[in-house]
Design a protein around this ligand. Structure first.
Ligand code: CP
Ligand code: NVA
Length: 305
């Protein structure tokens, strides 16, 4: 069973094959309407169920279009209108859905629930974001950087802001893809320090800073994300504590010339990033959003390889 739950268990060669497949599938269907299947339709007859315990625009639509373009179909459950919200266990839900569908994508509040779901499932399970990680997103992010000419091995990527699920996922990717990561967070907003140690143990270079200027100095890529993630209850405090970590045009100037800007979206202009950065020439955010579709297809195909 091939689950896509985090980058950790996948060797670099497998991750490289997913990234390359995302690029080649994107190139192979350039002239097709978006609703048409890829010519080889490798997942014809397959159905993906998607469970959402949290909101989504990109993940929901890109996975839906991804499975269609691979020749299959999808269905969507929200926890509020399924029996999950009435207390049916994650494990029973996994066992039952595994009798109906060929794969499950789950966006969960708690990372442990996706792991428990995968453990009980009889079909591949994909992590569509948890409080701990968002591995589908980083495949799209790294695809976007490579398409923009960034060579990942040896690149310097700066993460500025909250040490959240996306920060953790950039940490996971460092030893796999060979970029070095500079993370700038205020005290109390550190990324998962267990993940930092694990990445370092796998020869990943992770440098932690409090000062965003230090993190961004010499960076080829600057990454921001919302200061208030889904599930965070303390919005006002977060906006205050993280205010000095906004990616402004001035901060971008400290990065290497031509540095790229990424943000997984949704964005809050004027909070974690200024409009002139996210809407400016260094920003790749809409290519990044598009690449969720292509990356998802490569992840789905990998699950069935
Ligand atoms: N980036 C991302 O996962 O977006 P959604 O929350 O809209 O799915
Ligand atoms: N860190 C954000 C990412 C959204 C795609 C969140 O978890 O809400």
């Amino acid at each position: 069973m091939r689950h896509f739950l985090d980058l950790w268990p996948l060797p670099s060669t497998e991750l490289r094959s997913i990234l390359d497949n995302a690029k080649s599938r994107k190139a192979a269907r350039k002239e097709l309407p978006r609703g048409a299947a890829d010519r080889d339709a490798p997942l014809a007859g397959h159905t993906l169920a998607m469970i959402f315990e949290k909101n989504s625009t990109r993940t929901r639509v890109s996975f839906d279009m991804a499975i269609r373009q691979l020749g299959g179909s999808s269905l969507i459950l929200t926890s509020s209108d399924s029996q999950i919200s009435r207390g049916e266990s994650i494990e029973d839900t996994a066992r039952v859905l595994s009798r109906y569908v060929d794969a499950v994508m789950m966006r969960a509040n708690r990372h442990a629930d996706v792991l428990a779901f995968a453990e009980a499932a009889g079909v591949p399970v994909i992590n569509g974001l948890t409080d701990k990680s968002h591995p589908c997103q980083i495949i799209a992010d790294l695809q976007t950087l490579e398409e923009a000419g960034v060579q990942l091995a040896g690149a310097r990527i700066a993460w500025v802001g909250d040490g959240n699920n996306m920060a953790n996922t950039f940490i996971h990717g460092a030893p796999k893809f060979g970029y070095s990561l500079a993370v700038a967070t205020p005290g109390g907003y550190d990324p998962d320090m267990g993940d930092v140690e694990r990445a370092r143990g796998e020869q990943g270079r992770i440098d932690l800073y409090r000062d965003p200027k230090q993190a961004v100095a010499g960076a080829d890529v600057v990454v921001a994300d919302t200061f208030v993630s889904m599930g965070d209850k303390d919005a006002d405090k977060r906006l205050t504590d993280l205010g000095a970590y906004k990616v402004s045009g001035e901060l971008m100037q400290l990065a290497n010339g031509g540095a790229k800007f990424l943000h997984c979206l949704p964005a809050h202009r004027g909070e974690e990033v200024d409009a002139d950065v996210i809407d400016g020439p260094q920003s790749l955010v809409f290519d990044e959003a598009e690449n969720r579709l292509h990356a998802q297809k490569a992840i789905l195909e990998w699950c069935f390889r």
